[in-house]
Design a protein. Structure first.
Length: 201
């Protein structure tokens, strides 16, 4: 979040989001913030499996330029800049696959930056329900595989249907907030007793 708050919804902001991913060897890019260029780096030549049988694949552009990111930014800026438009930023940026890895995470943070959620904290979030999230991902894969605007719009509409509404977000925010305990009315028991030798039951 800090990376994009500094530069905003800009090309540098998007690159810096990905550049900040340095926590997981399995999921983070080998070269964070590096725009893919498979003409010079074989690690940049990627394909995304878009069916459960593993037979159908989406091949994103072999070379990604800053101009490709700017195009997505400009399209949003010339839109009504609604929540739906911000989610379209997510879908387009994820489909572009500009980086070696971490593209969906980068796209989600960038979409939040586009929608400027920081002050009101009206974040764009993925479905909370695991089945809804799985179906959302399937429709994102359909968006990847779409070869025309009509197919993209159809897949995108299905993605939007699965997103949590405002009431769901408020509910999940409430249940995930830590509850304040009053030591005057609640007896607090430590996790360990006897100098960490025995777990309290």
């Amino acid at each position: 979040m800090k990376a994009v708050k500094k530069d905003g919804f800009t090309v540098d902001g998007i690159i810096n989001i990905n550049k900040s991913f340095v926590y997981s060897k399995e999921e983070d890019p080998a070269i964070p913030g590096h725009l893919r260029n498979s003409m010079y780096n074989s690690d940049d030549n990627i394909a995304i499996t878009i069916d459960t049988a593993g037979k159908d694949h989406y091949f994103p552009p072999e070379v990604v330029y800053k101009a490709d990111l700017q195009k997505i930014i400009d399209e949003f800026k010339h839109s009504a800049q609604t929540k739906q438009d911000a989610w379209l930023v997510f879908a387009k940026l994820a489909k572009l696959q500009p980086f070696q890895d971490g593209n969906k995470r980068t796209a989600l943070i960038a979409a939040n930056a586009a929608y400027n959620v920081w002050e009101k904290e009206n974040y764009l979030v993925l479905p909370f329900n695991e089945l809804d999230r799985a179906e959302f991902t399937i429709n994102l894969m359909r968006f990847y595989g779409a070869t025309d605007h009509s197919a993209e719009n159809k897949a995108f509409s299905k993605m939007l249907e699965l997103l949590p509404n405002d009431n769901e977000q408020i509910y999940h925010k409430h249940i995930n907030e830590p509850k304040a305990l009053n030591p005057k009315t609640v007896k607090l028991k430590p996790l360990f007793r006897n100098g960490h030798k025995e777990m309290r039951r």
